[in-house]
Write a protein of this length. Structure first.
Length: 385
């Protein structure tokens, strides 16, 4: 039975259990992380993304400067392209009032704006607590290509079974954390580790997780049901039952809310963080920093210009990252975007070619010059900063 038919049947069975109102294809979960849950009287809707409308200045707004002094940017004249790009990414020094985006949601019982700042501080604490070892893992028999192939397959599974975006990211996080703890297993059980990680992520995040038999089927019955359950137990014990490491998409929604991003910009940034899952060089980087780099690159693509002024003091305030901290990750991410465009691992590209995500992966062809500009200048800018 083809995977699509099997997935469709499972989705229909799940719909029959929980009713039409929880149909996977159309559900939206309200919560602090949802960028769409802004009161209608102060927003306008762009698909699944709501953008805050400009309003009056909030009281007691903090006046923030970058690098503490004001300087003017002189024209680069006839300098080389790389030097121009470096100049573009130099942090501008301007006066800018920080907007209180949480004030817009006062009284919203789903966004709990009064706790938002504390919640995100705690999430940043958790990402430090559950850090991931830098690749490659010492003593591991798993190669870079094997990991990329497995994650690429997990993306296809997520799409076929209409799983939440968080579920995919949590699964890859569980996989990488487990590899850092127990890296001595044989190559022939790596797929079992991957599908067990996805199963645990479903139980943690989904309202109705697929059955164990469905996961076994996806592996073409290469493993027994008992092996799958035993692997889940083993992984949970190795992780001390802590599955709460935050993921990049959680931070990304808040950053894009602060940036007043439209749906197209939001889809671009989600595309970039999904691509980062395929590259093991991002596995040890904090999810909040990955999200910040993706958000900045999306700004450059949307505005068709590489300029550090995109990363305003408001963005610095809500992300806690300056432009200089974002630069090296942005460079690494843009280089990855360029290389992945020629890769055979195209699950993420196919996922974001759909109308649901505005076909951003197909539109990237026209934006490659912007991507190359960021990739070529960030290294020099960071070195000199």
């Amino acid at each position: 039975m083809p995977l699509q038919i099997r997935a469709a049947r499972v989705v229909e069975e799940r719909r029959g259990v929980v009713g039409k109102e929880l149909a996977v294809a159309g559900r939206q979960r309200r919560g602090l992380r949802e960028i769409s849950n802004i009161p209608p009287q102060i927003t306008k809707r762009f698909g699944d993304l709501k953008i805050t409308a400009p309003g009056k200045s909030c009281e007691n707004k903090k006046l923030t400067k970058i690098n503490g002094t004001s300087t003017s940017q002189k024209s680069t004249g006839n300098k080389a392209p790389v030097e121009k790009a470096v100049k573009a990414l130099e942090t501008p020094v301007v006066k800018h009032e920080i907007e209180d985006i949480d004030k817009l949601h006062e009284g919203n019982i789903y966004l709990v704006s009064e706790y938002a700042k504390d919640v995100y501080k705690y999430l940043m604490y958790l990402e430090n607590k559950f850090s991931i070892n830098k690749w490659p893992v010492p003593g591991s028999k798993i190669t870079d290509t094997m990991r990329t192939m497995l994650v690429d397959w997990l993306v296809d599974v997520q799409v076929e079974f209409n799983l939440m975006q968080e579920t995919l990211h949590i699964a890859v996080s569980i996989l990488d954390r487990y590899l850092g703890i127990d890296s001595e297993f044989e190559k022939n059980v790596f797929q079992l580790v991957g599908i067990s990680a996805l199963s645990l992520a479903c139980k943690y995040e989904e309202m109705l997780a697929p059955l164990v038999d469905d996961f076994i089927y996806l592996c073409k019955n290469a493993y027994q049901r008992s092996e799958h359950i035993d692997m889940e137990k083993k992984m949970l014990k190795a992780l001390n039952y802590d599955l709460g490491r935050p993921v990049a998409v959680t931070f990304l929604r808040r950053y894009n809310m602060a940036a007043k991003a439209d749906k197209l910009q939001h889809c671009y940034s989600k595309y970039f963080i999904d691509l980062a899952l395929l590259d093991n060089k991002f596995s040890h980087i904090k999810p909040s920093l990955v999200a910040a780099a993706a958000s900045f690159i999306a700004m450059c693509v949307i505005k068709d210009k590489v300029d550090a002024s995109h990363w305003t003091p408001t963005m610095v305030h809500y992300s806690s990252y300056t432009m200089n901290e974002i630069k090296p990750v942005a460079m690494q991410m843009t280089k990855m975007i360029i290389s992945i465009s020629k890769s055979t691992f195209d699950s993420v590209k196919r996922k974001y070619s759909k109308s649901l995500f505005l076909g951003v992966s197909m539109k990237m062809i026209s934006s490659m010059e912007i991507i190359k500009t960021v990739a070529s200048c960030s290294t020099v800018a960071v070195t000199n900063s």
